[in-house]
Design a protein around this ligand. Sequence first.
Ligand code: ATP
Length: 243
Amino acid sequence: MPETVLKTTNLKAFYGDFQALFGIDFEIAMGETVAIIGANGAGKSTFLRTITGMLASGSKKADIEFLGRPVGGLPPHELVVCGMAMVPEGRRIFPSLTVEENLLAGAYARKGGNWDLDRVYELFPVLKERRHHGGIELSGGQLQMVAIGRALMSSPRLLLCDEVSLGLAPIIVRVIYQAIERIKAQGTTVVVVEQDINTALSVADRIYCFQEGRVSLTGRPGEVTREEISAAYFGLDKTEGAA
Ligand code: ATP
């Protein structure tokens, strides 16, 4: 059996009195790529924020296990040291720093792993060309590459990508997902949150569909039907979904 990298059990999350996650059971094994799909507001980003320690509202220590260790409630910087790295929605990079400075900032907490500047530049050659350019001089696709590269610089055991295709032209989305295929081929375990069902199905070994803070479907791309996905995604019953 491959080693479990991340496991959550009955994970809940709250924004004040508002409950956003209602008991998520999730598991990903070493080397696997899992896509989380779901409509706006389904709780996908909240799930990533909760496991990376950015939202510590409802999780008890044992609710989140990372590489066999209970980590619920640990702060984000400790989880980076453990080997978790997040590519946040919105490609947040430091705009006043150059591409290279942004990438090096990603290696701050965790050094000496299998990713370094040369490997990130090999993955995204355009970043090498633009390494002395500031964040404000980059296109949306290049900003996304920096955000992914910066996360890789900590040589994560688990890479969590939140809606990396959002707002990008289809040709750039293809470049980003080809890079994710290469990251995956090098053995990194990857979770992608993705609204586009076709993109999710093409990259993932397994999918989880979230609906209103709950897992509404899980399975392998070849084993779940379009009707099942539509029902789980939009909350339609099968008869409505087929209409
Ligand atoms: P999207 O694709 O729109 O980002 P999502 O599946 O990632 O959707 P979340 O952003 O996790 O969904 O939102 C889940 C629920 O939590 C939604 O009802 C949303 O309105 C609510 N929510 C998200 N962020 C906050 C916040 N900072 N304060 C209060 N409620 C929030």
